[in-house]
Each structure stands twice: as structure tokens, then as C-alpha cells.
Write a protein that binds this ligand. Structure first.
Ligand code: F6R
Length: 614
């Protein structure tokens, strides 16, 4: 949460920083600010609300900055309400030091008290403001900025990434990473700092993923990285995302672009892991020691939050039915506080698009401390979760910018499908014939996803009628119950319509009381072993005047006219791959309802893409 950027180069810094901040707006959008080193002075501009407000202010007619060094911030408030005064950058008493921060300074109250006793005057309610004051305090005892900075950083507790500029140092940009992501971009005669790669992808694809306890001093034509205050070298990597992946490319919102990208995203996820010639699943991320542990143990836990948790629930069905193992699945925010036994025979699978979710990260730490091995399934390269995991399987879905997760969800399911086959084989649960069938079923998956996406126009046409309702129920069973949960989550988070997902069989235990002519019920009804049971649930709803949207297979010949007000037909596919197709109409339905209602789809109120706070 919160996006930070820094720039030192040869272009007008305000322009580059605002453009970069826009790419990070998914991380928070309640206020934004910029600090520029202009003619030897620090100029700060801040505005409440979205980056466009800051942009209008920075580019007001007649304003000129002549700056090529600066920092910027887009905020998701933690300490201190969203307001101009709490917006970053924050400065010291003399406005000589400007700091932008992502993360939390846990001991800020203590530091603030200490600094106030030394006559520092604070203007905001943020934890961040202690940082420039602390550096200022240290500079009373040394003229060496590096020493002062190191001394200040030693006193900060918590998770943070910082970008800092200092008056009098016209050719210096400083970055600090401890627990929150910070990437260093290396361009032609210009350098970037950012919370995430898309911020500078337009300018360069060369980067260093800074590690925890790294401090970087960036000057013109050179930079130095220190880890734990000792100078070190770090490898430069080349990012193979194209800048257009971080653009809307003609789509109205990132969400619809990302929904439409699912065929490519999914094939990128599985292509390097499936050998279709000899029907083999290859996880080059998994070594012999993990193979031995997988063979030996049945103690597997899966953890995640939100949409990634829904993908994990589907993962459990796949593991249970394909691999014959029964992993438990729990929200990271619950699992981290449970007294679950953990041993060196425990495997924790942690699932996270962003790789930054605080609860997931803390659960990983707890399991690791108790000897468990951690496998993460993650989308964002070099984020914190992969760095703290023993093994990381990347989904390779490309940047997901919209706050509502779509392509990451389907990519995570694919990884679970492949893992289930892989583990099933290792445990001797699967015959070669079964493995061949599972792998063959993947062959026309992307084609079927493309066909499902053709429902786009139809779903757009029905969305206005449904946008007037205030409540929705989503029903599914078995492997498609998490699809119902995910459909409901998508609707509530972007359209602000209340929605609940339920297993069909649970209706008579309470929710049936809600059904009347004002309650649309979305029923996920693929043809599988639970089809007849689900038909029963559909009768329960229809006989109580519920309005039903029924999703079923293209080749389902049953007459559903009396049971369904709307029928959406999805290509027929193997039961284990059904969630990948059935979620698509639900993503589209939420999108078009929210769009019809004029909601801020990519940046829903009160939310942010990476939840780096508890
Ligand atoms: C919903 C959504 C969130 C995330 C959740 C976990 O559309 O995006 O529910 O799934 O915050 O985020 P990650 O997967 O980044 O750990």
C-alpha cells in the first residue's frame, strides 16, 4: 500500500514522477505528492485525492521547476486520515530533507516523543514524518549525510521503503528498503526508484531488485548499494514485460483488459511447465529435497487472502481429488494467530498476486521459524513473499494493475492444477493414463477461454437490468463453490452491491430466508457429479420467486427455461478445469454492472492493490 517513486536523470523530473506515480496508483489513491530539487531548493507539492489533482497542481500554467531530481508518493492512509497535510513527502523542521515512505514505522510514537523533546515540530499525524526529523537530528552531530542516514535508519523499526532527497545535494537520490518493496531502475543517463516495476517500464527494463536492509545512494552516472551498512554489488536483471502490459491499450479500464488477457496469461503460466510431447509436468523450481519432503509428508497447509484464498480453496479440491492429499486452507489473517502444530515436515503453500500481503508474509515467517518449508505462488517478481519463501512458483500472468484481481486468480488455479498432478505422480496416486488425460485436457483450454470471453457483449447487455439490485447471492458446489465466493467478491468490491457466495446445499440452513423477487441468485451449474443437487437448489430458489442467472455448459440439453431467468452457456470442459471458465462470466458481470453504475472500477473506494498492513 502506498506507491513511492524517485527519479534522477536528464528529463523534467516532475513529468517522469507524475507518469510513474500513475502506474502505481493501484497501490493507494487518497492523496499524492511530489518533492523536487529545483535550483538547489526543495519544492513540495501535495494534493488530497487522486494523482490527477496533483498533476493539475504541478502543471498549473506558468509553473516551472527546472528539476531533474525528485521523489513522489501516492498514498493509502494508515496513520493519519487522508488529507493534504498527511500526504507525503514529509520534511524536517527546516524543509531540507524530503521523504516518501511505503510501510509502517512501528516505533514512531517513541521517536516522535524523543524528537519533540529536542524541539522538532511536527505538522502531520503520520508515522513517516519522524524520518526526516530523525535524519535532521543526526545531522546535528555529523556533517556526513551517509553517517547521519545510517544512524537514523538503525533506529527505525517496522517495514518500510523510502526515497529521500536532501537540499544541497543536487545530484543525489537515496533509497532505503526494509520489508517493503523497492526496485532500482537503470536507464540511459537516468535512474529510478519505485515500489513496483511498471512505474519505470516505459523508460527502462533494466533493474535491481533491492533486498532488505539495502540503502542505495544514486548519483549521476553511478550508484552505490550498502547492505547492513556494508557496500555490496547486486545483479542487474532484465524485465521481460512490455510497457504496453502496464497500459490500458485502448480498454476503458485495466480490469476489462486483464479479464481479456486471460488466455495469454494462462498459457504463459503453464507453457514452461507442461511438456505435451511426453506428457510431463516439470517444476524447475522444485529441488530434490522438496521432492523427498512431498513424498514423505501429508502435512500441507495453504494460506492466502481474498481472491488468492478463493484460488487456494479450488487448489484444495484439486489436491484432494487428483493428488490424494488433503491440505488445509486458511486465511493468512487467521492462520498466523492459530496454534496449529508446525514441524519440519510441514509444507506451507502461500498464494499471493502481489507478494506483499502483510498477513500472508507473517504467516510465512511463523511457519518458517517453526521449521516448515515454504512454497509461494506469486505474480510479482522480486516481491517480499518470494524473497522469504524457500521455493517460488511464479504465475507469469504479467502486471495486474486493477485492484480487483482477475487474471492472477485463473493463473493461480492453473498452478494448483499442475501441482496436484505433479504431487499425485510423486505420491504414486496417478497412473500414466490419468496423467496423460489431465495434461491433454489443457490443450484446448486457452481456446475455450477465448470462446468464453465472447460472452462479453451479451453480459454487457444484461448488466443494466441487474445494476438496480442491492443484494445478490452466488451459489456453487464442490470445486465451483469457491467460484461463487469469488463472483460475489468481485461484485461487491467494484460495484458496492452486497453479495454473498454460498454452497448450494447450505441454502436451507439460513440464506433461503432472503429469497424474494428482489434477490438475484447467480447459480454456477456445470455438468458434474453435483449437477442434480444443484438443480434441486435452483428449484428452492425459483419456487420462492428468486431471480436466477444460471451458468451452465454449452452442451447441456436440459430445458432450464422454467428455472432460469437468464442462461449463460460456457464451453464444456473437464470438471477440474471448470472454475477457469465459469469465473469469466462472473468477472464480466461485475465489471459491466459496476461500469453501468459509473463506479471507479480500477480503484474502488477504501481498497488498494497490495495490502502491506495487517
Ligand atoms: C480482490 C483482491 C484481493 C486480493 C487480496 C490478496 O479482487 O484483489 O482480495 O486477492 O488482497 O492479495 P494478494 O494476492 O496480492 O496477496
Amino acid at each position: 500500500m502506498c506507491g513511492i517513486v524517485g527519479y534522477l536523470g536528464n528529463k523534467p523530473a516532475e513529468y517522469v514522477i507524475i507518469q510513474s506515480l500513475k502506474k502505481l496508483e493501484y497501490r493507494g489513491y487518497d492523496s499524492a505528492g511530489i518533492a523536487l530539487l529545483s535550483n538547489g531548493e526543495i519544492i513540495v507539492e501535495k494534493e488530497q485525492g487522486k494523482i490527477v489533482n496533483l498533476e493539475n497542481k504541478v502543471f498549473e500554467k506558468g509553473k516551472k521547476y527546472y528539476a531533474t531530481v525528485g521523489i513522489g508518493h501516492t498514498r493509502w492512509a494508515t496513520h493519519g486520515e487522508p488529507s493534504k497535510v498527511n500526504a507525503h513527502p514529509h520534511s524536517d523542521c527546516n524543509s531540507n530533507i524530503a521523504v516518501v515512505h511505503n510501510g509502517i514505522i512501528e516505533n514512531y510514537m517513541e521517536l516522535k516523543e524523543y524528537l519533540e523533546k529536542r524541539n522538532h515540530v511536527f505538522t502531520s499525524k503520520t508515522d513517516t514524518e519522524v524520518i526526516p526529523h530523525l535524519i535532521e537530528e543526526k545531522l546535528k552531530y555529523t556533517t556526513d549525510l551517509k553517517v547521519a542516514l545510517f544512524e537514523a535508519v538503525k533506529e527505525l523499526k517496522g517495514a518500510f521503503a523510502l526515497a529521500i532527497i536532501v537540499q544541497g545535494y543536487n545530484n543525489l537520490l537515496i533509497g532505503v528498503r526494509k520489508g517493503s518493496p523497492l526496485i532500482f531502475g537503470i536507464g540511459e543517463g537516468e535512474y529510478f526508484l519505485a515500489s513496483d516495476i511498471p512505474a519505470f517500464l516505459e523508460y527502462t527494463n533494466k533493474a535491481i531488485i533491492l533486498e532488505d536492509n539495502d540503502i542505495i545512494f544514486i548519483e549521476r552516472e553511478k550508484y552505490k548499494i550498502y547492505n547492513n551498512f556494508e557496500e555490496i554489488e547486486r545483479n542487474i536483471i532484465e524485465i521481460n514485460w512490455s510497457p504496453s502490459q502496464a497500459e490500458k491499450s485502448g480498454y476503458k479500464h485495466f480490469m476489462i483488459k486483464e479479464i481479456m488477457e486471460q488466455p495469454e496469461a494462462i498459457s504463459k503460466t503453464f507453457l514452461d511447465k507442461v511438456n505435451f510431447t511426453n506428457n510431463e509436468i516439470i517444476f524447475y523450481e522444485i529441488d530434490n529435497s522438496l521432492v523427498n519432503l512431498i513424498k514423505e509428508t501429508n502435512d500441507i497447509a495453504i494460506t492466502a487472502c481474498g481472491t488468492s484464498w478463493h484460488a487456494s480453496l479450488i487448489g484444495r479440491y484439486l489436491m484432494e481429488e487428483i493428488a490424494g492429499v488433503v491440505p488445509e486452507v486458511d486465511y493468512a489473517s487467521e492462520l498466523r494467530y492459530r496454534k496449529r502444530p508446525i514441524t519440519d515436515k510441514t509444507i506451507l503453500i502461500a498464494v499471493s498476486q502481489s507478494g506483499e500481503t502483510a498477513d500472508t508474509l507473517e504467516t510465512i515467517r511463523k511457519f518458517k521459524q517453526n521449521g516448515a518449508k515454504i512454497i509461494s505462488i506469486c505474480n510479482v517478481l522480486g516481491s517480499s513473499i518470494p524473497r522469504e519463501s524457500d521455493y517460488t512458483i511464479y504465475t507469469h500472468a504479467g502486471p495486474e494493475i486493477s485492484v480487483a484481481s482477475t487474471k492472477a486468480f485463473t493463473s493461480q488455479i492453473i498452478i494448483f492444477y499442475l501441482l496436484a498432478i505433479y504431487i499425485g505422480k510423486l505420491k504414486g496416486e496417478l497412473s500414466s493414463k490419468e496423467i496423460n488425460t489431465f495434461i491433454n485436457n489443457l490443450k484446448d483450454l486457452t481456446k475455450k477461454i477465448k470462446r468464453t470471453l465472447l460472452l462479453d457483449e451479451y453480459i454487457k447487455s444484461i448488466a443494466p437490468d441487474f445494476s438496480k439490485f442491492h443484494n445478490f447471492l452466488y451459489l456453487g458446489r464442490g470445486i465451483n463453490f469457491p467460484v461463487a465466493l469469488e463472483g460475489a467478491l468481485k461484485l461487491k468490491e467494484i460495484s458496492y452491491i452486497h453479495a454473498e457466495g454460498y454452497p448450494g446445499g447450505e441454502m436451507k440452513h439460513g440464506p433461503l430466508a432472503l429469497i424474494d423477487e428482489n434477490m438475484p441468485v447467480v447459480v454456477v451449474l456445470p455438468q458434474n457429479s453435483l449437477y442434480e443437487k444443484m438443480i434441486g437448489n435452483l428449484h428452492e430458489v425459483k419456487s420462492r420467486k428468486g431471480i436466477t442467472i444460471v451458468l451452465t455448459d454449452e452442451n447441456n440439453g436440459d430445458n432450464l427455461e422454467n428455472l432460469a431467468d437468464v442462461i449463460i452457456r460456457v464451453p464444456t470442459i473437464d470438471k477440474y478445469l471448470q472454475p477457469l471458465l465459469y469465473i469469466i462470466p462472473l468477472q464480466l458481470l461485475s465489471y459491466y454492472i459496476a461500469d453501468y453504475k459509473g463506479c471507479d472500477i480500477d480503484q474502488p473506494r477504501n481498497l488498494a492493490k497490495s495490502v502491506t498492513v495487517e
